[in-house]
Design a protein around this ligand. Structure first.
Ligand SMILES: Nc1ncnc2c1ncn2[C@@H]1O[C@H](COP(=O)(O)OP(=O)(O)OP(=O)(O)O)[C@@H](O)[C@H]1O
Ligand SMILES: [Mg+2]
Length: 300
């Protein structure tokens, strides 16, 4: 708009005032009709341009703020994971050292008594604890090795699932009332890694076996959908309470006295690394189903 004396024009765009356009001349400015309309259009255009420039600045500022807060969040998340990791490691180390200390004390008394059989029994217990310690350390080492690089290959999910089932048979057979069933169908090749996939499925079967407490059915199945193929392990065990379900993929989260809580965290990290997805379906009393999905390999 051109103001009353044609000299002052507020620059207004979408209700915001961005400045004032001042026409300066020696004489009072008197614009004839056509020029007044042109001046008015120029004022409007200038207002729109000023408005755009201002919103661009604001957008740039918002982006910068967003980037900064994302960095803070990533740092916080890293610290949180480090905290979780140290808490988990110290928990595991304490869980090893306490029983070792106790057993050594028992050992000393038994040696004093000169009871050779009892001494041997205590040594066997100590060896068992050390074995568990080695187990924990190996898991940790595997976990820290994980992020090195993505070595993907074309993988036959059905073949890997079948060998994981065979590898698990002996372990499951220790519980005569647990049945390990295979519903493995041929599926297209996917991008993954055979060795890690086999370990992941063995891990899932181990979890199912532990959850079943002596009785139930574990089914290992494969299938394909959505441009990918999957392998899943389902059990008809106790399922998970919502607060357990929420945390199972966190490193060191475990509800078991002897667990490291790294099993599912490793499975999750491995699947993510290959562009796959992990699906978890569970409810208290409804069993648990964990499905690992990978994208189909491109023909080459
Ligand atoms: N099939 C399942 N049914 C019920 N709960 C499960 C099942 N699988 C996993 N969970 C829960 O998830 C937790 C985390 O599992 P994860 O495999 O990561 O560690 P873990 O089994 O406790 O320890 P580790 O794998 O070292 O033996 C378990 O402690 C258990 O509470
Ligand atoms: Mg486990």
């Amino acid at each position: 708009m051109v103001a009353g004396d044609n000299r002052l024009s507020p620059l207004v765009a979408e209700g915001d005032l961005y400045g004032v356009l001042v026409l300066l001349d020696d004489e009072p400015v008197e614009l004839p009709g056509e020029k007044a309309a042109l001046a008015e259009a120029l004022v409007d255009l200038a207002a729109i341009a000023a408005g755009r420039a201002a919103s661009h600045d604001e957008l740039a500022r918002s982006y910068a703020e967003l980037r900064a807060s994302r960095e803070v969040l990533a740092r916080t998340e890293r610290l949180r994971l480090l905290g979780q990791m140290s808490a988990g490691v110290s928990h595991d180390v304490k869980n090893l050292l306490n029983p070792i200390g106790l057993q050594l004390e028992v050992l000393r008394r038994r040696i004093d008594r000169g009871d050779a059989d009892a001494v041997r029994e205590t040594i066997a217990r100590l060896q068992e604890i050390v074995r568990h310690g080695v187990d924990v350390v190996e898991r940790l080492r595997d976990f820290s090795r994980q992020d090195l690089e993505v070595q993907a290959e074309d993988v036959d999910l059905a073949a890997v699932a079948t060998s994981a089932v065979e590898l698990s048979r002996a372990r499951v057979a220790q519980h005569p009332a647990i049945e390990l069933r295979s519903a493995i169908a041929p599926v297209p090749l996917v991008r993954s890694r055979s060795s890690e996939l086999a370990t992941a499925v063995v891990n899932l079967i181990a979890n199912a076996t532990e959850a079943l407490s002596e009785r139930g059915v574990i089914v290992v199945a494969t299938g394909h959908e959505d441009g990918g193929a999957w392998v899943e392990v389902a059990d008809d065990g106790p399922g998970m309470a919502p607060d357990v379900e929420r945390r199972v993929f966190e490193p060191f989260f475990t509800t078991k006295s002897e667990g490291t809580g790294l099993g599912l965290a490793m499975v999750y990290a491995f699947v993510q690394r290959h562009g796959g997805r992990v699906g978890l379906t569970t409810a208290p009393g409804q069993g648990t189903r964990i499905r690992l999905w990978f994208p189909v390999a491109q023909p080459r």
